[in-house]
Design a protein around this ligand. Structure first.
Ligand code: AMP
Length: 308
């Protein structure tokens, strides 16, 4: 079984979509990544921080899924990271209404000793200095370091972010953020600019329009499954990242062909995540659901064509 280190926020989210509104519910990049990765044969550990206000029930829910939470620090008297967002009618764009770092502001991550030799590291969305510290704690260079980030850190810690991006293999980012990071409208040009920053692979997520994987001159495209109901896109990008890295850690193969499969697994899991609020759908997924959607993915994209 491969080992996967996951860093990212474990959070309270308050979400508003055209279909409803939630109070503080379980969220956070590392939460979604961990839940998605737990669908694969992989040993994973979350490195993160919460406050004393974080319910034990949520911690149990992660450890029950075989996720090592020994490095998920609980700060006495502290408040958990809080994010509030409101989606527009098309659900493809959203406004952040609040980002309260709380305990994240002074967090010193500690990678569990049994995970310092992990093959895959998933640096989920949070302060780039924390992402950097996790890389520095690894005993040897992991086979694959994947990083996800968002506009908040480009706006607030761009210099630090660029330093981490230099040291990673794969950047996963959404289209709007890729344009912000590079100043390029064309996603092909954006990916080329990102290669110059360090990563050998770039995944650009385009919400309901799928995801693109770039490597040197090669491009691979995975559609998003056309769904009848999209309820809440929160965490879709992180779920994608969890499926992508969970699959790669479990299969211990980082060829371009296997990265393509990882993109499909990530997209497949993300298609479930958006069907209900927050983590709800990810918590009642079973193997049959996952497999039957993989079949749908295959049917959606396969065709025979006669070439002259
Ligand atoms: P996504 O929809 O994939 O971009 O991820 C949404 C998740 O990211 C939510 O559960 C939030 O708790 C978390 N989040 C929002 N803003 C930030 C931020 N600035 N840093 C880290 N995590 C964040």
């Amino acid at each position: 079984m491969g080992k996967l280190v996951i860093v990212g926020t474990v959070a309270f989210d308050a979400i508003e979509t055209p279909f409803g509104k939630t109070d503080k519910i379980l969220g956070g990049a590392a939460t979604f990544i961990g839940l998605a990765a737990s669908q694969f044969q992989v040993d994973s550990a979350i490195v993160s921080v919460v406050g004393e206000d974080f319910p034990q029930e949520y911690l149990d829910l992660l450890s029950k899924r075989n996720i090592d939470i020994s490095s998920l620090e609980v700060v006495k008297g502290g408040k958990t990271f809080f994010w509030k967002g409101k989606y527009h009618n098309d659900l493809n764009s959203r406004d952040t209404l609040a980002t309260e770092l709380n305990v994240l502001a002074d967090f010193n991550p500690v990678v569990p000793s049994g995970y310092k030799n992990a093959e895959v590291v998933m640096l989920g969305n949070l302060h780039p200095n924390i992402q950097m510290s996790v890389i520095d704690q690894m005993e040897k260079r992991p086979k694959l370091i994947v990083l996800d980030t968002m506009n908040f850190w480009m706006d607030n810690a761009l210099g630090e972010l660029m330093e981490v991006i230099k040291r990673i293999d794969v950047l996963t980012i959404n289209d709007e953020e890729a344009r912000q990071l590079t100043g390029e409208y064309s996603l092909v040009k954006a990916a080329q600019k990102i290669f110059k920053m360090g990563p050998k692979y770039v995944v650009i997520k385009k919400g309901e329009h799928g995801a693109l994987l770039f490597h040197e001159e090669q491009v691979f495209f995975a559609p998003a499954l056309p769904l009848e109901d999209v309820f809440d896109p929160t965490g879709a990008g992180d779920t994608f990242a969890g499926g992508f890295t969970g699959y790669l850690a479990a299969s211990d193969n980082i060829s371009f062909d296997n990265l393509k499969k990882a993109v499909i697994h990530g997209s497949n899991l993300a298609s479930f995540s958006v069907e209900k609020f927050g983590t709800e759908r990810m918590l009642d997924l079973d193997r049959d659901d996952i497999n039957s959607r993989l079949h749908q993915f295959k049917a959606l994209t396969q065709f025979e064509i006669e070439l002259q």
